[in-house]
Design a protein around this ligand. Structure first.
Ligand code: ZN
Length: 59
């Protein structure tokens, strides 16, 4: 599950792995996960050991 905030819905969602559009490995261990919310809006979540955001715990 991934925790993502949707600007358009103005709400946070726990999204299952099948809402993942793409995963990008950025510099220095940061992972950018592209998701869609339940309304189909696009969400970008940054995760990784250097990011102090609740990241994907399990997939
Ligand atoms: Zn949304």
């Amino acid at each position: 599950m991934f925790l993502g905030y949707c600007d358009e819905c103005e709400d946070r969602f726990l999204l299952p792995a099948n809402h993942v559009v793409a995963v990008h490995n950025l510099e220095s261990g940061v992972i950018a996960v592209e998701l869609t919310c339940y309304e189909g809006h696009h969400i970008l979540v940054l995760s990784g050991k250097d990011i102090d955001i609740p990241g994907p715990a399990t997939v």
